[in-house]
Design a protein around this ligand. Structure first.
Ligand code: ADP
Length: 611
């Protein structure tokens, strides 16, 4: 296309230059013709002038034969003018042929002048006068001949001059009319040839703008074909860049969305400081909101009131460039408060400052820490208690024996004897407590053996109900519902310790139903986990949150005469066998204990011991 335009412009320029040169030549040509024409007219005038002079002299000659002859002086004067006229002719003519003819004419004029001189002298002859006449006529004839020739030339030159002028006119016409027309035509054609590819490229750009990066431009020629290639390359590069950006975005979104920690992006500036701009799914799940609900909140809305008061101060520290790491507390949508560890710092985007906060739910960590602390506390207090119990046990046994012996003395009154028996009973109770304490502090090592959990549970239930019957003398106040699994495999466990645990739970269930009620026993086997689950539930008085929170603490009891060691020991024994114990209870409805015992723990321990 560029080449084509260059060629066409060059042709136009050459045509314009040629036209201009032609015009200059043509004007020069016409003007030289006109100049010649003017010269010819001047020559013609000179000739006419010469002819007039010759005629004048001829008339002077004729007047010599009349009664009023011209004076000799006047004739001489006219002859001189004639001579001057022929001399003037030389100033216009320079070609050899014309100069020769003029020289011949001048010679003849000299002869005519001499003949005149002779014919005007006194005593002239008639012959001399005629001779002068003849020369004069010959001169007139020659000059006339020359005039005819000159006239012919004049006509020819006039025609050629007109032709030259016409040529100039045509060139001017071409330059003035055809030139602009051709330029306009060329411009129009160029515009048409530009408009189509530009429209194609414009449409392609719009298509690209809609996001169709697979669109390609085709069918363009010349420089536009190069432009189309560049455009297509640009679309490919854009698609590749977009793919990379989308891939990165997807990767970061995956990181953001799949993170187990809650991730918040908070506004850090002005009145919007603390507003949740973005949050991941973990944040929503952790706080019991949807992501949309979270983005309508300020971080203060999910902080506990005392923490919310410190938010502004924390934001200021972060804006000063500090990356903070603190333990704090958040409030779920249902009002539950839970501990979190916050790690937060600032980042800038589009000249606006934001805070990236990563919040970790540390409930489990806190619970583990507390359990460890409690275990440590129990261990030390247990050791202390065990040492103390050990120290008390022997003197107490001595006191008991002494009291029993003393009670046998015959001199004692019945009243004194019953006091001593009460003392012995109390010593027995203290002894039981000490045994329980020692059991809790230093539980005996489990004796693992093949155990039928259903049989152990059943026996414990019979015993617990028998105790109850013996205690109250009735047998219809507690109903026992058995839902024991048939497919329960025998497991390796300590049946005596399991019996102790079941007895503790069953005795508590019985105690919780002083009037009447039902105990439901259920066992299931979890094949995939290889674990047996034992459920003991009652329809007793149940427990409130305060009792539940202290349930497994040693010495916690709500019963008169209770030791508060039953559940603490049960938990410890079950955990020793690799199991767990959990509880669900509500006041007035009853309580359900769920015990899980793994099948293989006993085997593993037995193998370890063997090694
Ligand atoms: P004790 O039975 O000597 O009080 P435990 O450790 O066995 O000690 O029980 C602690 C306390 O737990 C009891 O005093 C009682 O308040 C409560 N408890 C245990 N089991 C039940 C139950 N099934 N129903 C209601 N309360 C219970």
């Amino acid at each position: 296309m560029k080449k084509k335009i260059l060629i066409i412009v060059s042709i136009f320029s050459l045509l314009a230059v040629a036209g201009g040169a032609g015009l200059i030549y043509s004007i020069g040509h016409s003007s030289s013709h006109l100049h010649e024409l003017i010269m010819l007219h001047q020559v013609e005038i000179q000739r006419e002038h010469l002819l007039l002079n010759i005629h004048q002299v001829q008339e002077d000659l004729y007047s010599q034969t009349t009664t009023h002859p011209e004076s000799a002086e006047a004739m001489k004067n006219h002859a001189s003018k004639m001579e001057t006229a022929i001399k003037d002719c030389f100033s216009c003519h320079h070609t050899q042929s014309v100069t020769e003819r003029l020289s011949d004419l001048q010679h003849q004029i000299y002869q005519f002048k001499e003949a005149l001189a002779l014919s005007t002298r006194v005593g002239r002859s008639r012959g001399e006068l005629e001779k002068a006449h003849v020369i004069g006529d010959s001169l007139i004839s020659k000059v006339n001949t020359m005039i005819v020739l000159t006239n012919q030339k004049l006509v020819e030159r006039t025609e050629s001059s007109l032709q030259a002028v016409n040529q100039s006119k045509i060139i001017v016409l071409l330059l003035v009319v055809a030139g602009p027309l051709m330029v306009a035509l060329f411009g129009f054609m160029t515009l048409i040839s530009f408009a189509k590819p530009i429209r194609t490229l414009l449409a392609a750009t719009k298509q690209l703008k809609t996001g169709d990066l697979d669109f390609r431009v085709a069918g363009l020629k010349h420089e536009f074909a190069e432009l189309a290639i560049a455009f297509n390359d640009m679309a490919i590069a854009l698609r590749e860049r977009l793919r990379e950006i989308t891939e990165n975005e997807r990767r970061y979104r995956l990181l953001f969305e799949s993170a187990a920690d809650a991730i918040f992006i908070l506004d850090a500036e002005g009145t919007a400081a603390g507003k949740i701009v973005s949050a991941n799914q973990a944040a929503a799940t952790m706080h019991g909101y949807t992501v949309e609900e979270l983005t309508n909140l300020n971080i203060r809305d999910i902080d506990t009131p005392d923490v919310a008061q410190r938010v502004s101060e924390r934001i200021e520290r972060i804006l000063l460039g500090e990356w903070i790491k603190v333990e704090s507390a958040h409030v779920k949508k249902d009002g539950t408060v839970f501990p979190i560890e916050i790690s937060a710092g600032m980042f800038e985007f589009d000249n606006h400052r934001y805070i990236l906060a990563i919040d970790r739910d540390i409930t489990e960590r806190k619970r583990t820490e507390e359990t460890l602390q409690r275990a440590e506390h129990l261990r030390t207090t247990g050791e202390l208690a065990a040492g103390l119990a050990h120290e008390i046990k022997n003197p107490l046994a001595g006191i008991k024996v002494t009291m029993e012996t003393l009670a046998e003395e015959p001199y004692l009154t019945q009243e004194d004897r019953s006091v001593l028996f009460k003392v012995v009973d109390e010593i027995k109770r203290i002894d039981g407590l000490i045994k329980g304490l020692l059991n809790f502090a230093r539980p005996p090592k489990p004796q693992f053996m093949s155990t039928n959990v259903n049989a152990v549970l059943d026996a414990a239930a019979q015993l617990a109900l028998q105790n109850r019957r013996q205690a109250e003398g009735v047998d219809h106040t507690i109903y026992l519902v058995r839902g024991l699994a048939d497919d329960l495999p025998e497991i390796v466990a300590d049946p005596m310790q399991l019996r102790q645990v079941f007895m503790n739970l069953l005795m508590n269930a019985v105690d919780a139903m002083p009037e009447r009620g039902t105990i439901v026993l259920k066992t299931t086997f979890e094949k995939t986990l290889c674990a047996i689950t034992v459920i003991i539930s009652d329809t007793g008085k149940g427990m409130d949150a305060a009792v539940l929170s202290k349930l497994f603490q040693p010495f916690f009891t709500t019963k008169t005469g209770g030791t508060g060691l039953g559940l603490a020991i049960s938990k410890r024994l079950i955990e020793e066998q690799g199991g767990s114990i959990s509880i669900e209870s509500s006041v007035g409805s009853g309580t359900t204990f769920t015990i899980t015992i793994p099948c293989n723990k006993g085997k593993d321990v037995a193998r370890d011991d063997g090694e």
